[in-house]
Design a binder for this molecule. Structure first.
Ligand SMILES: [Zn+2]
Length: 706
């Protein structure tokens, strides 16, 4: 292994323009990282030397200059690992991941570097720095503090130990959930018990049984169902076998708890109850060491929400407003179940089933029929038109090396043809590509010290069905929404005008505000003006019929009152758990969950339910005291979108109002993370966000029926 490989030989070390996809091989990875990590470490060392002046030019700038290539190259490798996986690449990615992670955490804990940043903040240079640079420094100081850089030396090992134990417990939590999920199966041997289930679900269950030799085709027929969501959920939704629903429901909501062994082959060591209490104790201790009253304060420090009290007041308000609608949803469901399904007492395992029947009765339309109106070309024409009309840009095809023949490349230009940004579009699912949809940055906007501007480049990745039989690919409406969502993230990254890498585009944007531009874009995919223009039936070329659209719209808000309360219970539980809950006291986390459900929900929860024991978002997923951010960001995006609805009513007659779009581009998209999200929102909206628009979009305006 050599660190001498010439920069010209190794495409991963060429930063002159776009990544040289097509030339990058697994054997390039380790040598490139040898060079990049050595450069980055050297720059950090130089910047932290006692003799180095605490100035922007001697500390921040050189560290950024040496770490950006590392981040970019590692980004390319990570991207390829996600979209063009091979055993060789996966191996080399896995080998190098710890080196890269270790480098970044060593920077976060580098006390000498922290002292330089502090000295720069207190120096005579600080007042003369641009607002963007001040923000970068503030963010860095905050992150250093949160990773324990300010603790007395003799306390640091204990802090590190707390974090390590938390990481171990968090891993244990998700392992237990997975083990408990895997251990359970529900075997059906009598075909009559499958009544109500869709054919593909039955087929999947049959194949699962065959894989285990439970089904020999002759004297034994069997179907295997599991607690994995794609197997479990259709049972709740469609199975007319109430006993099967009850058994599986009980198993599902007691996974990884003391109730587990009763239902299935669970083991006491998979019970997450003690794990939860232990994690909460460690988080509280960590918070106290850092000088905070509780972990919720630590979690909110880098977020848009100002305090736990503010978050809880927000949730209470939303709960109060949603409650009458949830009560109505609940009453409707019970009436329907009693009158049409003959169920006088709705049990927790009947809820999803009854709701699905009611939904079908009220809003029946075929997803497949809708799909015929969304051929790929029409959808992209529509998406680009929305973008071009609102934000005054042009989108054209462009050329670049790609990692797969299906990948396309585009450029975003200003009206005068000047290059603003570029993006890769990798639309179709295929082998070796990770599932889901996401936006990632290939490089961010940055004005170099010598004045040249590096334009942003984004990756937009989806997993839609590829075209077959010479016909264009058609998208479901959900896929169209996904595309708009990811494109919204992309616009945030690409339309930034910020010159500083650390806060350009989505860099440095508060975590609970980052979904604003993405969810904002989704709204256009629900707008009649937009849809009537961007749909074209794949055979007849006719636009989407209005009555079909009306059904889609009505179905969108089906039972949204109940759905909202459910999210509030999760969010409030998460918040209270991290504010003043005592994990050593007599009340368990499950007791708190039950109390909160009683207070905020209209549907009682089953006495045996232990859902906190599988709440991986907050115990294994980085959402601790952060689950509220789903609803929080929805409020922001709905309220921002309402400005376009108001413009349509007041003046232009269309939500594609260019004046409002220009203001949105300038105040939200262009500024990226260079100022607090609340300031950006207020600059755009002229006031703080409020929840009215979200309630209206969810069909929950006061007094509204349907
Ligand atoms: Zn998103």
């Amino acid at each position: 292994m050599s660190t001498q490989s010439s920069k010209h030989d190794n495409p991963l070390l060429d930063f002159s323009d776009l990544p040289r996809f097509g030339e990058i091989r697994p054997e390039h990875v380790t040598p490139a990282l040898d060079v990049l990590l050595a450069d980055a470490n050297a720059a950090v060392d130089r910047a932290s030397q006692p003799s180095t002046p605490a100035s922007w030019a001697d500390v921040v700038e050189p560290v950024e200059r040496a770490t950006e290539p590392l981040a970019r190259a590692w980004g390319v490798i990570g991207h390829l690992n996600a979209v063009a996986d091979t055993p060789e690449l996966r191996a080399v990615y896995g080998e190098n991941l710890p080196r890269v992670t270790e480098f970044w955490s060593s920077v976060g804990q580098n006390l000498a570097l922290y002292e330089k940043y502090k000295a720069l903040s207190a120096s005579g240079e600080f007042p003369s720095l641009t607002a963007e640079r001040k923000k970068i420094l503030d963010n860095s100081l905050r992150d250093f503090r949160l990773s324990g850089a300010e603790l007395p030396e003799d306390r640091k090992p204990h802090f590190a130990e707390l974090q390590e134990r938390q990481a171990g417990l968090s891993k244990g939590f998700s392992d237990h959930v997975l083990d408990a999920t895997n251990a359970y199966s529900y075997i059906v041997e009598n075909e009559a018990e499958l009544v109500g289930l869709p054919d593909d679900v039955i087929e999947g269950a049959k194949e699962a049984a065959e894989r285990e030799g439970l089904n020999n085709g002759a004297d034994r027929q069997a179907w295997k169902f599991t607690l994995h969501f794609p197997s479990y959920f259709p049972v709740m939704q469609y199975s007319e076998n109430r006993a099967m629903r009850e058994t599986m429901y009980r198993a599902y909501v007691t996974r990884a708890s003391e109730m587990g062994p009763t239902y299935g082959r669970g083991k006491p060591e998979w019970d997450n109850t003690a794990n939860i209490a232990e994690q909460l104790k460690l988080r509280a201790e960590e918070s106290h060491m850092l000088g905070y009253r509780n972990f919720a304060e630590v979690s909110l420090a880098p977020k848009m929400a100002e305090s736990p009290a503010q978050v809880m007041a927000f949730l209470e308000d939303l709960a109060t407003r949603a409650r009458p609608h949830a009560e109505k949803d609940w009453q409707e469901l019970r009436d329907f179940a009693a009158n049409e399904l003959g169920m006088t007492e709705l049990q927790p395992w009947d809820m999803t089933f009854a709701a699905e029947r009611l939904r079908q009765k009220r809003y029946a339309f075929s997803e497949n029929e809708v799909k015929q109106y969304f051929p790929e070309d029409a959808v992209f024409k529509g998406l680009f038109k929305v973008t071009e009309t609102l934000f005054g840009v042009k989108i054209r095809r462009d050329e670049a090396a790609v990692w797969h023949p299906d990948v396309r490349f585009f450029r975003v230009e200003n009206q005068d043809g000047g290059l603003v940004a570029q993006f890769y579009l990798d639309l179709y699912a295929r082998e070796g590509k990770r599932g889901g949809a996401w936006m990632d940055d290939a490089r961010a906007r940055h004005k170099h010290a010598h004045g040249a501007v590096q334009t942003p480049v984004a990756y937009l990745t989806c997993n839609f069905s590829a075209p077959v039989g010479g016909k264009p690919a058609c998208f479901t409406h959900d896929e169209v929404i996904t595309l708009f969502h990811e494109f919204g993230h992309g616009l945030h990254h690409m339309l930034t005008r910020v010159d500083e890498l650390g806060v350009s585009g989505i860099n440095g944007v508060e975590w609970d505000a980052v979904e604003l531009p993405s969810q904002f874009m989704e709204n256009f995919a629900w707008e009649w003006d937009v849809l009537s223009d961007m749909t074209s039936h794949v055979e007849t070329a006719k636009p989407l019929p209005r009555d079909l659209f009306d059904k889609m719209l009505a179905a969108k808000n089906f039972q949204s009152g109940l759905g909202t309360l459910r999210q509030i219970v999760f969010s409030m539980f998460d918040m209270q758990l991290h504010v003043d809950f005592d994990p050593s006291g007599t009340k368990s986390a499950n007791d708190l969950a039950r109390e909160i459900n009683e207070r905020f929900h209209v549907v009682p929860q089953a006495a045996f339910s232990r859902w906190p024991n599988t709440f991986s978002h907050i115990f294994a997923g980085g959402y601790a005291a952060g689950y509220y951010s789903y609803k929080w960001a929805e409020v922001l995006s709905a309220d921002a979108y309402a400005a376009f609805e108001e413009a349509a009513q007041a003046a232009s007659g269309s939500v594609l109002d260019a004046a409002t779009g220009t203001r949105y581009r300038k105040e939200i998209l262009e500024v990226g993370g260079s100022r607090p999200a609340m300031e950006s929102f207020k600059a755009f909206r002229g006031r703080e966000p409020n929840i009215d628009a979200l309630l209206r979009h969810n069909g929950m305006t006061p007094g509204a029926t349907h």
